[in-house]
Design a protein around this ligand. Structure first.
Ligand SMILES: [Zn+2]
Length: 227
């Protein structure tokens, strides 16, 4: 119970400090939220959205799940996307994976963890899609790094197919989708160079992205054919 009481005590200190620094902060925040960003990230406790990119409460709308997966049948995720795009009118959606992700590691090793295997099977699908490329990498560490990046690419591509996103682009609402991968060991975000703000041809974008990411591992994806 004492650790829970510590959390409540921390909260009182935090609220007091915030009010002292900016007496109108909570009143202003309670009236409305106008974030310009939707963050889709991993639930991992080491990847807190606001802290990593230096944003205050009210500045970013956040959806997190194991391995930052976007699944069109996941009502939780698609509702977060729909609300943030249609109601909050965010200008950017950022899918942020992270290196050393437990969910991606489980998918790569086909390791069984329990009920959450259902969820990580979505990442397993990413592995299967790029299996030939991944198996061409000797280093297990590099293979995991690349799968973490490929998982971000595929989740970005899933976002680009959601009706909410397609409708926003159709009516010319500014909306750009980005893909990042965060380093637990250095605290830095690696921008994967994905910035999509219009309807795309998925196969072409995937091929270009995979080629670019694979080249960083000294592999020519072209040698393995583009799926
Ligand atoms: Zn993770």
């Amino acid at each position: 119970m004492s650790s829970i009481n510590t959390l409540l005590e921390n909260n009182r200190k935090w609220a007091a400090k915030m009010s002292k620094d900016d007496p109108d902060f909570f009143r202003r925040l309670a009236r409305q939220q106008t974030p310009n960003y939707l963050w889709i990230g991993c639930s991992d406790s080491r990847v807190p959205a606001n802290e990593i990119i230096g944003l205050a409460p009210g500045e970013i709308f956040v959806h997190r799940n194991i391995a930052n997966v976007v699944v069109s049948s996941d009502l939780n995720c698609v509702s977060a996307v729909q609300f943030s795009v249609d109601v909050l009118k965010v200008g950017h959606i950022i899918v942020t994976g992270h290196y050393g992700c437990g969910g991606v590691t489980a998918a790569l090793s086909d390791q069984r963890l329990g009920l959450c295997d259902h969820w990580t099977s979505h990442v397993r699908s990413v592995y299967v899609l790029h299996e030939q490329l991944l198996l061409s990498i000797q280093s297990e560490e590099d293979r995991l790094r690349l799968l973490c990046e490929l998982n971000v690419v595929e989740q970005v591509l899933h976002l680009c197919r959601l009706p909410t996103v397609l409708d926003a682009w159709e009516r010319k609402q500014p909306l750009c989708i980005h893909g990042w991968c965060y380093g637990l060991d250095n605290g830095l975000v690696h921008d994967l160079g994905i910035d999509i703000d219009h309807r795309i041809e998925r196969t072409e974008v995937r091929a270009a992205m995979v080629e670019r990411l694979a080249s960083a591992f000294s592999i020519s994806h072209a040698a393995y054919g583009n799926k």
